[in-house]
Design a protein. Sequence first.
Length: 301
Amino acid sequence: MLAEGCKQLKTIRLGGFSKVRDAGYAALLQSCKDLKKFEVSSGSCLSDLTCLDLDEAAPKITEVRLLCCGLLTSETAISLSSCTNLQLLDLSGCRSIADSGLVSISQLSKLTLLDLAGADITDAGLSALGNGRCPMSSLCLRGCRRISNNGIATLLCGSGTINKTLLSLDIGNVPRISGRAVTLIAKYCEQISCLCLRNCLLITDSSLEALGSMRHNSGKNSLRMLDLSYCSRLSRNFLGLFDPPLFRGLRWLGVGKNMLERRGCIPTVGELLERKPGLTICSNACEMGCRNQCHPHIRIH
């Protein structure tokens, strides 16, 4: 009944429909020929069958978000690779998405945003992306625990253009990411402006030095936001790495509260903010870019 009354819809967002099965989702998609945006969150009965022939059911679709849908596998990613107009694909929380799905996704020539948080991908999957056709500007790999520095190398040094187009990269909560990955990002990501390294426990002070001094063709450091929350190997004096002229252009820095509570930090937060007008330091482990001045751990100078 819902499908019959929604033929003109261009956007569908569904959340928490625990009893809706593939047939229901498919009927809805088949009836909405002008659909451009499709989102389902926590669809516990949604499986790979829903996205079969999605390119025919919704030929104009540009955005697909399938969040925390536990039955989805790489077959869904393979099906979505036929949607040639796709610009945004969010599969965060779909833990059975694996490398074979990335091989297909990597050929989407209009895809600019890809979120794979928590996926079961490896370095081989990142190699496929690095050699693919996607003009990717935003990539989230948070919690993809099987990837390593080698995967970041193949992602950024492949035959594709992702190292020239990538603006935002989230590799937080990936235990095998270390300073080598950070050095590669500083060297090859020409336009990177947002980088999340939260809970990467191998990141040290020396890991950040290349990032702070990177320069590309413009002669400027493109980095604007950096999340270092819970990077517990940083020293008590790591804020000194952000003194001018390093990290020129940085506007937001995220750190864990416990890091700023260490005694004897040089420089202090206040001293750094005096030297860097316009910088926001958040010690409340917020998501990147927050400017909520209601909590006490936001410092804006």
